[in-house]
Design a protein. Structure first.
Length: 364
């Protein structure tokens, strides 16, 4: 009987791991993330990001990300703001056909009004600026203060506030609904419309129509930690999930035992449809956004059931995506984003070019 030849071990490949002595470890209290100085996370991640995608994005000031090749100043600029720690959101969507500028705060914190005002000064143009703001108290405060400063400086700027999270309750007041990952398709829609030369008022109308027809619901099943101090953001025991949890660990609809992918997807589709009230024949967007630790294997299985649930209701999914768009560190779970789309929204999402590092559409 033949046997496989015995091979000598490849000794040169042996690597010995030498544990750090406590005195060598200046970050002994942070052992779970590949970072350096916790206070430098945001500038370092933005430096790395802009170095990696230098053909598309660059830094134009402290924590201000802009397009490397800006569009003509005769067209409205699209600007957004938000804290870091949710990568690729929001700066991952700066690029042709999407955002012109992203103003970044520290981990999970809105940037200050002065930094946002600086960005508005950089983007100043006769056509004006559309500022997209996610409905979180810090973001709203900074946006309102910066817009007041901009008005005094003669800068033309108008806001759209996103409020797609439905965890506050079906038909809850929009002021009580947080902004989640539903903002990203909005960047694509208004970004494409701006490239066409639509006016600021036209962009507001196009964007608000989408804004009023989109809903997002999140589910979490594993807690995450704050990368600067190691604090646990949420406390979810093993085998427990929470539908409706916010992207900073805000409470949702209560904790309960984890159920199957099909049962979870069906429950979430039902809640989103209660909010949106689609009619048979409506054209829909369905996006599953992974928030960090949930595998694409799981996300695909979730999408499968959600798609079939919509199909069974006589709804047509015409725009779809499975991606990590807005993450929450190592939290496990996902956001289900659903929208009823008008024909112009479909055209902007599917047929118009976009060239941002984390959202590319070839266009027609």
């Amino acid at each position: 009987m033949e046997t496989l030849p015995t091979r000598e071990p490849h000794r040169s490949a042996t690597v010995q791991l030498v544990p750090l002595k406590k005195e060598d470890n200046t970050m002994s209290d942070i052992k779970t993330k590949f970072i350096n100085d916790p206070e430098q996370i945001t500038p370092e991640l933005l430096e790395g990001y802009t170095l990696a995608y230098a053909d598309q994005v660059k830094l134009a000031g402290e924590n201000i990300v802009v397009r490397t090749h800006p569009k003509d100043e005769s067209k409205v600029a699209i600007v957004t703001l938000g804290g870091s720690g949710h990568e690729p959101a929001l700066s991952g969507f700066v690029g042709e056909g999407m955002l012109d500028c992203s103003v970044v705060g520290d981990i999970f914190a809105a940037p200050g009004a002065q930094r946002l005002f600086q960005a508005l000064q950089l983007m100043k143009r006769e056509a004006g600026i559309l500022l997209v703001v996610l409905n979180h108290s810090g973001d709203i405060m900074s946006a309102n203060m910066a817009c007041q400063l901009a008005e005094r400086a003669g800068i033309k700027v108008k806001q759209i506030v996103t409020h797609d999270d439905i965890s506050a309750g079906i038909d809850a007041n929009t002021d009580d609904r947080r902004g989640l990952a539903g903002c990203v398709p909005l960047y694509k829609i208004v970004g494409a419309a701006a490239e066409e030369g639509k006016s600021l008022d036209e962009l507001i109308e196009i964007g608000e129509r989408y804004n009023n027809q989109v809903a997002t619901l999140a589910v979490a099943m594993h807690s995450c930690t704050h990368p600067q101090n190691g604090a646990t953001i949420t406390d979810l025991p093993e085998g427990i999930m929470e539908i409706g949890m916010g992207q900073h660990g805000e409470g949702g609809g209560g904790q309960k035992p984890l159920v199957s992918a099909d049962d979870t997807a069906a429950e979430m589709v039902d809640l989103l449809c209660q909010q949106l009230k689609p009619k048979a024949g409506d054209k829909m967007m369905l996006i599953i956004n992974g928030v960090g630790a949930t595998t694409h294997m799981e996300l695909n299985i979730i999408f499968r059931k959600a798609y079939k649930e919509l199909e069974a209701r006589g709804l047509q999914v015409v725009v779809s995506r499975i991606q990590e768009i807005l993450t929450v560190q190592e939290q496990a779970g996902f956001q289900m984003i659903m929208a009823i789309l008008d024909e112009d929204h479909i055209d902007y999402l599917k047929n118009k070019l976009s060239d941002a590092p984390y959202w590319t559409t070839i266009g027609k």
